[in-house]
Design a protein around this ligand. Structure first.
Ligand code: BES
Ligand code: ZN
Length: 872
């Protein structure tokens, strides 16, 4: 174990210890004298005592800064400097603090603060990167307007120099920017380099023109159109749906190759991982286009939910992230197919959030303590945070939701807020008491909702009894009942809808609901007359709450709902549950692929009235990880290799049994004409791709090879290559793909990721060695690291291959990456979060590797917190 003394910076930060900053920042002026290894940052900040806060020592955050000089009201001072910041004696009256510091952007491999990417200067300040730029109260509740002056290096002028806000004087080698909107330092941004823009304009609803730019490196300008169009759609949507207008004369997006996250909502100057900006039909897949649209929207929507109204402290992160994810999900549902979007979101929630919530890293949507805040940008804060807002909207209704949001923006514009502020606007707007609902923010764990049914034939009445319980999570042994909205529908034996969807609100540990048939529709009144014949309930429609529904259901009933449910989510869910049960039996009992499942699937595939995108989803099988989770939940120990083999066996069965309909679909779903990324074409391609993947299991790969050779777009090319790799073919195609795309880093990431993701358990180690030894594997770039190491850990059977070689290889790479880029290393440790599901041998090997990682001398705070929690 670690033998070095704990560092002061490793201490735990607690929500209950929040205290306001004792000063108010009036305004901030920054001058940057850019230099690759010795950038000078001059700051001038006005401070005044904060009457609303008890006085305290004057402390400014600052890390890895070389202080050149500092002054207060013009008089030089010599502050005390530690690893974490600066303290200094200051007057009890307003004063001006000035400092000059030197930083080294090119040595900044952590990509946090000011760094360089491909010769360009850029920043990432959320959550606590600004303190690596200059001394400052780097906390979200300190908000101020910023003036920024950027001076390019004399010997190498930079054509583009950007910061937040509106442009000021732009001279030969300098640029000034003024951001009038008070903002926290985490929203600061600076970009400078040789960039070109694809530009547009947007006129706001109140007639203000906004110049829009998507900045990229020269050569990439023909891959920006989709991002720019997505931005315009986002701006229009936020005006229409939330009455939110943009508030500066410029809005820019910059694409950066080296970026830890997906994208960042800096005020007026969003910075993106280039993977979520650059797209052309030949280099980006349908999924890439969809992601770009969603992420551009997400970051744009933050302008109101995050920037104008920000977070008081990082415990309130879900205030901006959960809400903004909810908004981007609504947007994508409106732009594309709402039910398909909902299914995709639930798939992601289950894959990432349920996994987190049911393991050692479980934490509440609003955590109560952290060591490193970057470790809390999690699926729980984001995805469960969004689900909580969805439930709130379902409970109060769409209109009251909008009224509450209007009130939120009106009341809190320019403020740094808490979840209490958020819930209060709902209480004030609706008169509802949300104290029990608030538990969703403080109680971790995925609630289980057990439903049992009683049918009273004589009375013609159906009674449903709901029992909820939430299993213990780290630090939270006992759980209270939550408010759970359950959307409920009823079908008669002929598959007709006999009750419009109703929302039942669970608030107790156990609750009984009676359903009868009134004169018209069925209703929930207990005195209602009889339902003719036993009805089939459709429970948790639209996935109305982020819970695990536990219900003893027959395969027949699932097949019935798959055929008849009018709620698209539950229709899909019935098929998914059927597939999961079949697979679990194949894995644990060595059962054969169930013919009833195959015929139910065939019926869906054949149903041309169904949206192709929906059919593609219905045809997809649960993931290896889903099955491991399901088997673990059932009280057994998942065997990854057996899961992998069962999935392959079922896919072969489907390919064989459904061959006629799949080959019809493969032919009919061909999208003619030039590629367009719209939802309809993408849906057809997705269904065609699903058909191809199954057919390849039985046609020796002939269709896939032909498709690969002819493909006119990346979706079809990559789909064909994936289908070939999964049947152990495609060697020539892989080589051809590489030759064609060698110079394109984003496409090469797909080449890496596809191989890592489709490696069989037996070949995983060889594949991993080959990929990590490839000259194109630039592991210091987060996208590349994730495309190999991340994809490998996502391939459950490969990651858990029985000899434990991949555990060792992944750990070795994390040890190598940690000192270079702790944030990215720490994130990837989540590969191990499910380790307690597996057998003793695997657990032993994983423990050994985690302990080896934990013992590394000088291990980052980021990684050591994660490993500590996973092992605990
Ligand atoms: N504010 C975040 C970016 C961020 C994340 C900064 C973590 C610092 C640490 C941004 O709005 C965001 O949420 N980005 C997501 C994508 C989004 C569509 C959910 C991301 O980067 O993954
Ligand atoms: Zn966000």
């Amino acid at each position: 174990m670690k033998d070095h003394a704990p560092r002061a910076s490793d201490r735990t930060v607690r929500l209950e210890e929040y205290a306001p900053f004792p000063w108010i920042v009036g305004d901030v002026s920054l001058t940057f004298r850019l230099h690759p290894t010795a950038t000078r940052v001059l700051s001038r900040i006005t401070f005044a005592p904060n009457p609303a806060a008890p006085s305290g020592p004057f402390f400014l955050h600052g890390e890895k800064l070389k202080l050149i000089e500092a002054s207060i009201d013009g008089a030089p001072v010599s502050p005390t400097i530690t690893d974490e910041g600066l303290t200094c004696d200051v007057p009890g009256t307003p004063f001006v603090f000035e400092a000059e510091v030197e930083i080294d952007p090119s040595g900044n491999t952590a990509l946090d603060g000011l760094y360089m990417s491909g010769g360009m200067y850029c920043t990432q300040c959320e959550a606590e990167g600004f303190r690596k730029i200059t001394f400052y109260p780097d906390r979200p509740d300190v908000m101020a307007p910023f003036n920024v002056r950027i001076e390019g290096p004399e010997d190498a002028p930079l054509p583009v120099m950007l910061s937040n806000g509106n442009p000021g004087a732009q001279e030969g080698n300098s640029a000034e920017w003024h951001d009038p909107w008070p903002k926290p330092s985490y929203l600061f941004a600076l970009v400078a380099g040789d960039l070109v823009a694809k530009s547009g304009t947007f006129t706001t609803a109140s007639g203000m023109p906004v110049a829009l730019n998507v900045y990229v490196r020269p050569g990439d300008e023909d891959r920006c159109d989709y991002a720019l169009d997505s931005l315009i759609r986002s701006m229009r949507w936020d005006e229409q749906e939330y009455a939110r207008e943009y508030d500066l004369s410029v809005f820019s997006i910059v694409a950066v190759d080296d970026f830890n996250m997906g994208a960042m909502e800096n005020k007026g100057l969003n910075i993106f991982n280039s993977k979520y900006v650059l797209a052309s039909p030949d280099t980006a897949t349908d999924v890439d286009f969809e992601m770009i649209e969603g992420i551009v929207a997400h970051e744009y929507f933050h302008n109101w939910t995050g920037n104008r109204v920000t977070c008081r402290d990082w415990f309130q992160l879900c205030l901006k992230e959960g809400l903004t994810v909810f908004r981007d999900q609504q947007f994508s549902g409106d732009m594309r197919s709402e039910p398909v979007k909902r299914i995709d979101d639930v798939l992601a929630l289950r894959a990432r959030q349920f996994r987190e919530d049911n393991g050692p890293l479980a934490h509440p949507v609003r955590p109560e303590s952290y060591i490193e805040i970057n470790n809390f940008y999690t699926a729980t804060v984001y995805e469960k945070g969004a689900e909580v807002i969805g439930m709130l909207r379902r409970l109060v209704g769409a209109e009251a939701y909008r009224a509450a949001l209007d009130l939120y923006f009106e009341r809190h514009d320019g403020q740094a807020c808490t979840i209490e502020d958020w819930l209060k606007v709902f209480e004030d707007a609706t008169g509802r008491d949300l104290s029990q609902f608030k538990l969703w923010y403080s109680q971790a764990g995925t609630p289980r909702v057990e439903v049992s049914e009683e049918w009273d034939e004589e009375a013609g009445r159906l009674a449903l009894t709901f029992r909820q319980h939430t299993p213990p999570t780290p630090g939270q042994p006992d759980k209270a009942p939550l408010v759970i909205p359950i959307a409920l529908g009823l079908l008669d034996a002929g598959g007709n809808e006999i009750m419009a969807t109703e929302v039942v609100e669970l608030t107790e540990a156990e609750q009984r609901v009676e359903i009868g048939l009134g004169t018209g529709d069925a209703d929930l009144a207990s005195d209602a007359p009889r339902v003719p014949g036993r009805p089939v309930p459709s429970i948790l429609r639209g996935f109305s709450a982020p819970v695990i529904l536990q219900r003893q259901t027959s395969a027949e009933e699932r097949a019935f709902l798959l055929a008849h449910d009018t709620d698209p989510f539950n229709k899909w869910e019935a098929g998914r549950a059927l597939a999961r049960d079949v697979l679990v039996r194949m894995v644990t009992e060595g059962a054969e692929a169930d013919p009833h499942y195959l015929s139910a699937l065939e019926m869906v595939a054949k149903d041309d009235a169904l949206d192709p995108a929906f059919r593609a989803l219905a045809l997809s099988l649960p993931s290896q990880d889903d099955l491991a989770q399901a088997i673990h939940d059932g009280g057994a120990t998942p065997e990854p290799t057996a899961i992998w083999a069962a999935l392959r066996r079922l896919a072969e069965e489907i390919g064989g049994t459904l061959e006629p309909v799949l080959s019809r679909l493969y032919d009919e779903m061909r999208v003619p004409g030039p590629y367009t990324p719209d939802a309809e074409s993408a849906g057809a391609r997705a269904l065609r791709g699903a058909a191809l993947a199954y057919l390849s299991r039985v046609d020796g790969g002939s269709r896939a090879a032909a498709q690969f050779a002819e493909a006119g777009n990346m979706t079809e090319q990559l789909g064909a290559l994936g289908a070939l790799l999964r049947i152990g073919k495609g060697e020539e195609e892989l080589a051809a793909f590489r030759r064609r795309w060698e110079g394109d880093r984003l496409v090469m990431d797909k080449w890496f990721a596809l191989q890592a993701a489709s490696a069989s358990p037996a070949e995983a180690h060889d594949v991993a060695l080959r990929l990590t030894g490839d000259p194109a594997f630039d592991w210091t770039n987060p996208n590349r690291f994730r495309s190999v190491i991340g994809a490998l850990t996502g391939n459950v059977a490969a990651f858990h291959e029985p000899e434990g070689r991949i555990y060792r290889l992944v750990t070795d790479w994390l040890i190598r990456l940690d000192p270079v880029n702790p944030q990215t290393a720490a994130r990837l440790t989540t590969a191990f979060e499910t380790w307690k599901r597996f057998d003793a041998d695997r657990q032993g090997m994983i423990r050994e590797n985690l302990e080896r990682l934990s013992a590394v001398d000088g291990l980052s705070r980021d990684t050591s917190e994660m490993v500590g929690r996973i092992l605990a």
